[in-house]
Design a protein around this ligand. Structure first.
Ligand code: BDR
Ligand code: CA
Length: 312
């Protein structure tokens, strides 16, 4: 039985690849719906980008909802410097024809969890946690119905990418992240510690392009685009492909290893706002609320991506 998931996302080229991987893997994953959130770029672009990607995958039947356009308590911080003006810079993709669903993304998350049996829906946040936290705040009854939250966000050893202390998704809405990490729902985290090992080297980029399909070429062009920024920043041989770690985990969890630990979110200090304070070494008695991944079989991950994207 495929796992039923809701993808909560702010596409973003790496979000796009995560969505494509899920849509290419119907044996393991059933995408119930996609909720867009403001993050890498504003909401009007993230919801549009989500629809562009569904059309690229040939899955115009996928339901896309627009969620929150601002963080719970703060001004939106975006990342056009990484992802480009549209969030999906790189390939030339047509404007979507498929319609946006009318329901608000947060209502969709609440209704879907209420409509499904206990422990049968997994949430996959790939952006700031505003939609998920809003749903949990408004309808706390849904928390115990969540099978698992598998999210990209945070860091321990790699510390931060948007500030010296914080990873982008958590930094943009730290209050939302704090609500989610304290919710009691089972959480699996793909932090920068993992994603910074998942580098799109030239050979891996070539493998996408060599698929010769619309999807393969678009993915190669997307990763090419944000490579320019990250390669310069990190001085590495390729840029990290963050968000598909979430959907890859649902297909091949054995690619990842980590520890069940306590993770708290800094919401007060200006200097370390949005830091994921991860008790990796077990130096506190605080409740172990998250499976925090630390390592990845990077080649296995890229092989999986290339094999699955070839199906679209
Ligand atoms: C995260 O931030 C975004 O820029 C990416 O899409 C990813 O979700 C990495 O810090
Ligand atoms: Ca993202």
């Amino acid at each position: 039985m495929p796992r039923k998931i809701i993808i909560d996302t702010d596409p973003g080229q790496d979000d796009a690849v995560a969505i494509l991987l899920a849509l290419a893997s119907p044996e393991e994953i059933e995408v119930l719906g996609i909720t867009a959130v403001a993050g890498n770029v504003p909401l009007d672009l993230t919801e549009k980008n989500a629809r562009i990607i569904c059309e690229l995958a040939g899955r115009t039947d996928t339901k896309v909802y627009a969620g929150c356009d601002v963080p719970l308590q703060r001004k939106l911080v975006t990342a056009e410097h990484v992802h480009g003006k549209t969030g999906l810079n790189g390939p030339k993709l047509p404007d979507p024809k498929m319609e946006l669903q009318e329901k608000h993304g947060v209502d969709y998350i609440i209704d879907t969890l209420r409509d499904h049996d206990h422990g049968t829906v997994t949430l996959c946040p790939l952006g700031p946690l505003t939609n998920i936290a809003s749903a949990f705040k408004r309808a706390p009854d849904i928390i115990e119905k969540v099978q698992e939250i598998v999210l990209m966000g945070g860091a321990y050893f790699e510390v931060g990418n948007i500030t010296p202390a914080a990873e982008f998704n958590i930094y943009v809405d730290p209050e939302a992240a704090a609500i989610v990490f304290r919710s009691g729902a089972p959480i699996t985290v793909m932090p920068l510690d993992v994603t910074h090992k998942a580098l799109v080297t030239p050979a891996r980029n070539d493998a996408f392009r060599a698929l010769g399909t619309k999807v393969g070429v678009a993915v190669a062009e997307m990763t090419d685009f944000f490579e320019r920024f990250d390669k310069e920043k990190y001085g590495s041989d390729g840029a990290p492909l963050h968000d598909p770690c979430v959907t890859a985990y649902l297909i091949r969890p054995e690619l990842f290893t980590g520890r069940k630990i306590n993770v708290e979110i800094e919401t007060i200090s200006d200097l370390t706002l949005g830091m994921t304070v991860a008790d990796w070494w077990g130096v506190t008695d605080r409740h172990k609320n998250a499976m925090f991944m630390g390592d990845i079989d990077a080649q296995g991950y890229f092989d999986l991506l290339t094999e699955r994207l070839a199906r679209l």
